[in-house]
Design a protein around this ligand. Structure first.
Ligand SMILES: [Zn+2]
Length: 189
């Protein structure tokens, strides 16, 4: 059976709906008169409220109430309105020809993770040491083992590269360049 509803439940629902329907039809005929009375009462009460004399006139109170309601609705509308891209959406960017992704924790950028810019597979940085006239230095290789199109060697240890990426992200956040780096950004929406 496609539905998980049991037959007894369906029968109970049908019986209850029928009873409610019958009750509605029975009472509907006697509804109009009390509703009419209630409406006239509300109208008269409103009229008395508006014209009665007190320290603040009723019509002024009504204007205050309406103004408050308008302000309240405007406040709610402003709170619900989408306000363009948020900086927390900026979680990826291309630095050193490598796609970096990161997350935020308490406003701080977490350790950025490198991805191949061509096939989007996560790269595993390979640390190496090179010797030359300059002496010994640490280098980091970023090699894509999926599409093999990314083969980048940066002459720095990984933590220096990550530090550079984080500082670039900070820079773009400060000068609002990050907005251009958001995928499918609809800035002028
Ligand atoms: Zn690749």
């Amino acid at each position: 059976m496609a539905s998980s509803e049991r037959p007894t439940t369906k029968i109970v629902v049908s019986v209850v709906s029928t009873l409610i329907g019958a009750a509605v039809i029975y009472f509907a005929s006697s509804w109009w008169s009390p509703v009419q009375k209630a409406l006239s009462w509300v109208f008269l009460a409103t009229w008395h409220f508006l014209v009665s004399t007190r320290s603040i006139p009723g019509w002024l109170l009504l204007i205050f109430c309406l103004a408050t309601l308008v302000c309240l609705f405007q406040f709610i509308a402003a709170a619900r309105r989408p306000t363009g891209p948020n900086w927390r959406q900026y979680t990826q960017d291309l630095f050193f020809d490598i796609m970096w992704r990161w997350s935020y924790f308490g406003g701080e950028i977490q350790r950025p993770v490198p991805f191949c810019r061509h096939c989007d597979i996560q790269l595993v940085p390979q640390l190496d040491t090179e010797y030359g006239p300059w002496g010994r230095r640490e280098v980091t290789h970023f090699i894509c083992d999926h599409c093999h199109r990314t083969r980048i060697k940066l002459d720095e240890p990984l933590e220096h590269i990550e530090n550079k990426v984080i500082r670039q992200v900070h820079r773009k956040l400060r000068n609002n360049e990050w907005i251009k780096s958001i995928p499918n950004s609809t800035n002028d929406a």
